[in-house]
Design a protein around this ligand. Structure first.
Ligand code: ADP
Ligand code: MG
Length: 270
């Protein structure tokens, strides 16, 4: 088969680009020169059997660890090797597999933390002094409330994180990530541990993200969700990209089916 990899890279303006990214851990090469990109307002899935390099890919993109070789660019600017906080400043936010929020904060405060990262040292605070800072604070609060609404947590702003359901905490994590106004949102297994009804809520939310001018890269085990939300899917196996294409192309790709069949218990259903 020579037609398995659909090269859909050319026509889009790439927002996030991986170019020959390698990551070596001692004797293990977790990424063997991976290249793909994410375009503006696009939802791209990254899938692959256990151990295929998905988490490593997220970690090198988000600046948790530097790649051994290769380039990662965000809006044309190289970000490989930058520390995580600088990568966020360049416009990339992520959600985590496990909730990483302060349990005692309210939902609204949690979003404000994300938003304040953006407003620290803003023009208004520096040049206009206290009045400007107050106007900023009002605006940030308004935006945070609007974000809570957007993710489906309108009216839950005063509830402590510890009192929210696991599903609500996940939605909150999306609101927190969006508060930094990212160009690209990386979602690491957002549906882990969710039941079907919760996955439907999440799926609807992910599909509305492009409305906010954000591109999404989603790593997920749940194949149903991936097929539903993604315009394009990149498949890794043993650290290599083995396929890239639309959900329909990926679903029928023999190399992908074979990679998953080789990993019992990791397959495409549930
Ligand atoms: P996935 O997320 O697709 O399950 P990972 O990126 O976690 O895959 O792992 C890819 C490979 O890299 C595996 O062989 C894994 O054991 C190895 N690996 C991942 N992280 C580390 C690490 N910090 N140190 C050593 N090996 C690692
Ligand atoms: Mg992983």
């Amino acid at each position: 088969m020579t037609t398995m990899q659909t090269d859909t890279r050319a026509p889009r303006a790439a927002l996030l680009t991986l170019d020959g990214v390698r990551k070596v851990f001692g004797g293990v090469t977790a990424l063997k020169g991976v290249s793909f990109d994410v375009g503006a307002r696009e939802v791209v899935g990254l899938i692959g059997p256990n151990g295929s390099g998905k988490s490593t890919c997220v970690n090198v993109i988000s600046g948790t660890m530097p790649p051994t070789a290769g380039e990662i660019r965000l809006g044309g600017t190289p970000i490989h090797g930058l520390p995580a906080n600088r990568v966020v400043a360049q416009g990339l936010a992520r959600t985590f597999q496990t909730t990483q929020m302060f349990e005692e904060f309210t939902a609204l405060d949690s979003v404000l933390v994300g938003a304040n990262l953006r407003y620290q040292g803003s023009v208004a605070t520096n040049v206009l002094g206290l009045a400007g800072a107050r106007a900023d604070a009002q605006r940030v609060r308004g935006e945070a409330l609007e974000l809570l609404d957007f993710v489906g947590l309108g009216g839950r702003g005063d509830v402590r994180v510890s009192m929210l359901s696991v599903c609500e905490q996940r939605l909150l994590m999306v609101a927190c990530a969006l508060a930094s106004r990212p160009a690209v949102l990386l979602m690491d297994e957002p549906a882990a541990g969710m039941v079907a009804s919760e996955r439907r809520v999440l799926s609807a939310l992910i599909r509305r993200l492009p409305e906010r001018d954000v591109s999404v890269m989603v790593i997920e085990h749940h194949m149903g969700l991936i097929m539903e939300v993604c315009q394009r899917i990149v498949v890794l196996n043993f650290g290599e990209k083995i396929a890239e294409g639309t959900p329909a192309e990926i679903r029928n790709n023999p190399a992908v089916i074979e990679a998953y069949l080789g990993h019992h218990g990791d397959a495409a259903s549930h």
